[in-house]
Design a protein around this ligand. Structure first.
Ligand code: ATP
Length: 323
């Protein structure tokens, strides 16, 4: 192993920079040449590849976003595109790649590593925490803390006006941001794609709550919940409970930004280091995660979106603690 490349792909997540830094510095420590690829797989196709030094990753551990930028790349779905990427990597004699991204990026890496003789290591970077083979993903902890901070602020104004707020958080396929931020802010209800929620039941409860003058009502909805998001939930509540002052807040992209939390920086640093060590040991085509605080390898084709069963006890906790 002499020359390795690192790239960030798919949706950005806070902590990606800390992971890039760890890959670069561990590589240089082992006297490898480390190349950065700009804009994910697109940079492989356009040969937007440059050699990095230790200094290239100075002062980024605390920064959100990704200095390598990220993109989605249609051509990489096709063999011809991947071949072009391979030819560009060969120009730099790259013999190992670290891809920081979500399951889509791992699919691409899996195909690429099967077709060409360049091993790939995947690191889970996504705010959604929905990837099999790891207890958390780079960016999740930061995103959920950003959501908590925002929801706490909404709680203040909800309290001042006795308003009901329906708050939408990110999570197209997974509701972990909703579940964690909902529990942490004392929400009455958490709606997420993994579990069907009857809005009618919420309405009945709201009517009962009103009789006992509950002051703050917060409902947290993951964007991918099948009721159709916060606007639709609020519309149905307004229809049945016109006496309630119901408002909607969609947190949106603030959840992707900001300085990564301690937990995300540590996860990113640990995974970035482990990626280079794995390549050096000849461990190929795996995603590296952390399970029960131990590094775990998962073959890239098994590192898929994990639509896990959510233990119903979580919803019991939400209900009991908000009652
Ligand atoms: P997130 O879930 O956070 O959005 P992701 O990595 O899943 O991140 P995708 O847009 O699914 O995001 O994938 C990123 C890129 O990986 C795609 O634009 C494409 O270049 C490549 N890719 C994804 N799936 C495949 C596939 N099946 N075959 C080849 N390349 C793929």
């Amino acid at each position: 192993l002499n020359n390795i490349a690192v790239l960030t792909s798919g949706g950005d997540a806070p902590g990606m920079n800390a992971a890039v830094r760890a890959v670069v510095r561990t590589g240089i420590y082992h006297q490898l040449n480390v190349f950065g690829v700009m804009y994910g797989y697109r940079g492989m196709l356009t040969n937007d590849i440059f050699q990095m030094e230790s200094k290239s990753v100075a002062n980024i551990i605390q920064r959100g976003g990704t200095i390598l930028k990220t993109a989605r790349c249609k051509e990489f779905y096709e063999y011809e595109g991947r071949k072009k990427a391979y030819e560009n990597l060969k120009k730099h004699n790259i013999d190992g790649i670290v891809v920081i991204g979500g399951d889509g990026s791992f699919n691409g890496a899996q195909k690429f590593s099967q077709e060409f003789d360049i091993p790939c290591i995947g690191l889970p970077g996504t705010i959604d925490k929905d990837i099999a083979g790891t207890d958390s993903t780079i960016g999740f902890d930061t995103a959920v803390n950003t959501a908590i901070e925002a929801i706490d602020k909404i709680r203040d104004t909800a309290d001042a006006h006795d308003r009901l707020f329906v708050i939408e958080v990110m999570g197209r396929d997974a509701g972990y941001i909703a579940l964690h931020s909902g529990i942490s802010t004392g929400a009455e209800h958490v709606l997420m794609p993994e579990r069907k929620t009857e809005v009618n039941e919420i309405i009945e409860e709201l009517q009962a709550n009103e009789r006992r003058k509950k002051l703050v009502n917060l409902i947290v909805v993951a964007e991918g919940d099948e009721t159709g998001g916060a606007n639709e939930v609020a519309r149905r509540i307004k229809e049945s409970c016109p006496q309630l002052d119901t408002r909607v807040t969609i947190l949106g992209h603030i959840q992707r930004g900001g300085s990564p939390t301690c937990q995300d920086r540590i996860l990113a640093s640990r995974l970035g280091y482990a990626a280079v060590e794995a390549l050096r040991e000849g461990i190929h085509n795996v995603m590296i995660g952390v399970v029960n605080d131990k590094i775990q390898y998962t073959p890239l084709d098994k590192a898929v979106k994990a639509k896990q069963e959510i233990d119903p006890e979580w919803f019991k906790i939400v209900k009991i603690l908000a009652s």
